[in-house]
Design a protein around this ligand. Structure first.
Ligand SMILES: *[C@@H]1O[C@H](CO)[C@@H](O)[C@H](O)[C@H]1NC(C)=O
Ligand SMILES: *[C@@H]1O[C@H](CO)[C@@H](O)[C@H](O)[C@H]1NC(C)=O
Ligand SMILES: *[C@@H]1O[C@H](CO)[C@@H](O)[C@H](O)[C@H]1NC(C)=O
Ligand SMILES: *[C@@H]1O[C@H](CO)[C@@H](O)[C@H](O)[C@H]1NC(C)=O
Ligand SMILES: *[C@@H]1O[C@H](CO)[C@@H](O)[C@H](O)[C@H]1NC(C)=O
Ligand SMILES: *[C@@H]1O[C@H](CO)[C@@H](O)[C@H](O)[C@H]1NC(C)=O
Ligand SMILES: *[C@@H]1O[C@H](CO)[C@@H](O)[C@H](O)[C@H]1NC(C)=O
Ligand SMILES: *[C@@H]1O[C@H](CO)[C@@H](O)[C@H](O)[C@H]1NC(C)=O
Ligand SMILES: *[C@@H]1O[C@H](CO)[C@@H](O)[C@H](O)[C@H]1NC(C)=O
Ligand SMILES: *[C@@H]1O[C@H](CO)[C@@H](O)[C@H](O)[C@H]1NC(C)=O
Ligand SMILES: *[C@@H]1O[C@H](CO)[C@@H](O)[C@H](O)[C@H]1NC(C)=O
Ligand SMILES: *[C@@H]1O[C@H](CO)[C@@H](O)[C@H](O)[C@H]1NC(C)=O
Length: 575
């Protein structure tokens, strides 16, 4: 199997040692090929690639806190009855807390019109402040709402910010609309005005057109029986100009009949957006469209820095009714420029069976300024999996500093035996990568790539059952998540997270996900405690895994220890 569509630069160099250098790059000498901005060929010296993320100081250095605001849902429609803005009143760790103990009155307004207000505690986050939609008219361009925070004790306005807020007319010609929940990260879609919103935790693969779909339209039937979304990687004939609509249309028709969602992989180049405009214009009303995948690893390829942002604006101006996503390969190469191009960021972290410090492909060392090892700047943690958690956490940290509303998806490694990767992951490794991503906030899983091995297809078919189970997804995309739970035992490399349904008054329940990152069994007892004030009263269901957890002093424990790479997902009762 070939990765030719994804790593064209690298493969072309492998195949044609004398090929001309690529044109796109901007930070390198003209005859030095780069990936993630770094020289990677043994014949070229390392240079500083630049583009390292710099932590931006708080906007007002004197302020003891800062206010950030984003709409609860990425878009509202004129059929919506209620709306809200999520407000964080972030107290920096250096704050003089004695001077800001007051609660705040947060007011949302548009010009002279007050749209809503709520009192908010200093240092709190994700406060939902209602917005009165009746005072707004639906329009295609986002509103810029003014948000102010006033001290309840002195009435002084302490901080002001703005939030872009989309309140759109319902597009009657559309077969579907979709949006993101900026509170819990889920995707919601609606097929026509008369249907209700459905919550989706997308679980699927990137699937190669030329290696799978192109065989027969019936491939969709098999795939849709297991997975809730499809992503067609436009390899082979889908790269033809003009786009082969006659060949593609039966797939669209069949997807609509099957009711499967489509993340459409838009084909375009930074210097010619004609095909992007054509594809989005043609497909925006199709009932299967869930999201637009605008770029695959633009940072790795070092596309022009403004390319993803310009594409984002172009797509939004044609179709504001579906979210936009992209995948990033690099750990730290112009993150804020490339990530500006999407509502959904999917980091690619492929750590299994690659040498992280020495490129077996190009015979050079790999470090922060040089080399390509297939997993950029990886090796950050105590296990081979640790980069997955680290990458998601770090991207989210950057988003928070910038003040962005972004959703994170994750692309586990379901390929191998090629270029940098000496073998495929095993099924337990793939389950570990997947749930580790989920524990660290991934709100969809798109495995790279399909076709894959029978072993991996087997475990993803099982995992698809987990992500299609509303008893599970009602936690994953319907309740707040706490990661990095305290684990006693397990050698310090057992990762755990919990989701707690806050709206339940009595018999509260929680979902707990526990992942042993150690290949070896760890001896017991291994005990996972929930955050303070939460006490487990019983284990209700094992939704993944066969390890028997019991309750002891309000925590869950397994006396006999954990198998290597054990993954346990449990629904527990609290009380
Ligand atoms: C980089 O490597 C290429 C390919 O070997 C070579 O043609 C080019 O001269 C090198 N550039 C520099 C600046 O060393
Ligand atoms: C913190 O704020 C209090 C109350 O305004 C003030 O008295 C105190 O001097 C401040 N401390 C520092 C270190 O700025
Ligand atoms: C703040 O404003 C409210 C309402 O206008 C008023 O009742 C209150 O006295 C004011 N408080 C201060 C400290 O000025
Ligand atoms: C609001 O939208 C404008 C125009 O697209 C953009 O420049 C700005 O960064 C956005 N603001 C926020 C807070 O996202
Ligand atoms: C939606 O429901 C209304 C009222 O029941 C009906 O008149 C209309 O035809 C329906 N529209 C569609 C697109 O099904
Ligand atoms: C841009 O792409 C379109 C088709 O996608 C093609 O017809 C057109 O010639 C291209 N324009 C330029 C300037 O290359
Ligand atoms: C985008 O960046 C390219 C390369 O730096 C530049 O030539 C172009 O003018 C920019 N486009 C816009 C619209 O800013
Ligand atoms: C990576 O390659 C280097 C150089 O060949 C070797 O010394 C090292 O042991 C390799 N590391 C792994 C984890 O295979
Ligand atoms: C990365 O490796 C290259 C080649 O050995 C070396 O020249 C460069 O200084 C290294 N960079 C860092 C940041 O260590
Ligand atoms: C690994 O790749 C080689 C070369 O493409 C192929 O011959 C072999 O069958 C592959 N092995 C597996 C297990 O996929
Ligand atoms: C909570 O559990 C108790 C005991 O099983 C049961 O009697 C009660 O109906 C439950 N309450 C709710 C709201 O489910
Ligand atoms: C749990 O046990 C069942 C029955 O033996 C098996 O089919 C399933 O694969 C096991 N699940 C895991 C995650 O190991």
């Amino acid at each position: 199997m070939s990765q030719a569509s994804r790593w064209p630069a690298l493969l072309r160099l492998v195949l044609l040692a004398s090929s001309p250098p690529l044109a796109a790059a901007f930070n390198n000498p003209p005859d030095v090929d780069i990936w993630c901005g770094k020289a990677y060929r043994a014949t070229n010296a390392s240079f500083n690639p630049g583009g390292w993320f710099e932590d931006t100081p708080y906007a007002d250095a004197d302020s003891s806190f800062r206010l950030t605001a984003k709409p609860r849902m990425s878009i509202y429609l004129d059929t919506d009855k209620t709306a809200a803005v999520l407000v964080d009143a972030v107290a920096p760790s250096t704050a003089n807390t004695s001077s800001n103990a007051d609660d705040l009155l947060v007011t949302i307004s548009l010009g002279d019109i007050t749209l809503g207000s709520a009192s908010v505690a200093m240092g709190s986050s994700s406060n939902e402040v209602p917005v009165a939609l009746a005072s707004l008219s639906p329009q295609m361009d986002p509103y810029t709402l003014d948000i102010t925070a006033t001290s309840l004790s002195t009435n002084a306005t302490l901080y002001a910010t703005t939030a872009n807020f989309s309140y759109l007319p319902y597009p009657d010609s559309y077969g579907s609309v979709a949006r993101l929940d900026n509170l819990y990260g889920g995707t919601q879609a609606q097929r026509g005005k008369n249907s209700s919103w459905v919550d989706i935790y997308p679980y699927t693969y990137y699937v190669q057109w030329s290696l799978y779909w192109d065989a027969n339209v019936s491939t969709l039937n098999d795939f849709a029986a297991t997975y809730n979304m499809i992503h067609i990687v436009p390899t082979g004939t889908l790269g033809d100009t003009p786009f082969p609509w006659a060949q593609f249309q039966p797939y669209l028709d069949r997807a609509a009949e099957l009711g499967i969602w489509l993340q459409y992989d838009v084909l375009w180049t930074p210097d010619n957006v004609t095909s992007m405009v054509e594809q989005v214009t043609t497909l925006r009303t199709h009932p299967s469209i869930l999201s637009w995948y605008q770029s695959d690893e633009p940072d790795g390829k070092s596309n022009p820095l403004n390319a993803t942002g310009l594409a984002y604006n172009t797509i939004k101006s044609i179709d504001p009714y579906h979210p936009i996503s992209l995948a990033l390969n690099c750990y730290d190469f112009y993150y804020s420029d490339y990530a500006a191009g999407a509502d959904i960021i999917t980091p690619d972290v492929y750590p299994i069976s690659t040498n992280l410090t020495y490129s077996t492909e190009y015979l050079t060392p790999c470090n922060a300024t040089y080399g390509c090892c297939g997993c950029d700047d990886c090796g950050a943690g105590p296990t081979v999996f640790s980069d997955i958690a680290h990458r998601l956490d770090e991207f989210r940290r950057r988003d928070e500093l910038i003040g962005w509303a972004k959703t994170q998806w994750f692309a586990p490694q379901a390929f191998g035996n090629e270029t940098f990767w000496t073998r495929y992951p095993t099924a337990p490794e793939l389950a570990v990568m997947t749930l580790l991503g989920v524990n660290h906030g991934a709100k969809a899983i798109v495995n790279w790539d399909f076709p894959t091995t029978a072993e991996l297809a087997g475990v993803t078919a099982q995992l698809a059952g987990l992500f299609n189970n509303s008893a599970v997804t009602s936690f994953l995309i319907g309740s707040p998540r706490t990661q990095d739970l305290g684990v006693v035992g397990g050698g310090g490399i057992v990762d755990a997270a919990v989701w707690v349904k806050e709206e339940e008054e009595e018999n509260k329940t929680a979902l707990v996900s526990i992942v042993n990152l150690d290949y070896d069994a760890v001896s017991g007892p291994v005990t996972v405690a929930l955050p303070e004030r939460l006490s487990v009263s019983g284990v209700k269901t094992n939704v993944w895994g066969n390890t028997t957890w019991t309750v002891e002093d309000g925590a869950i424990t397994v006396a006999g220890g954990l198998d290597g790479l054990d993954v346990s997902v449990l629904i527990v009762t609290l009380g």
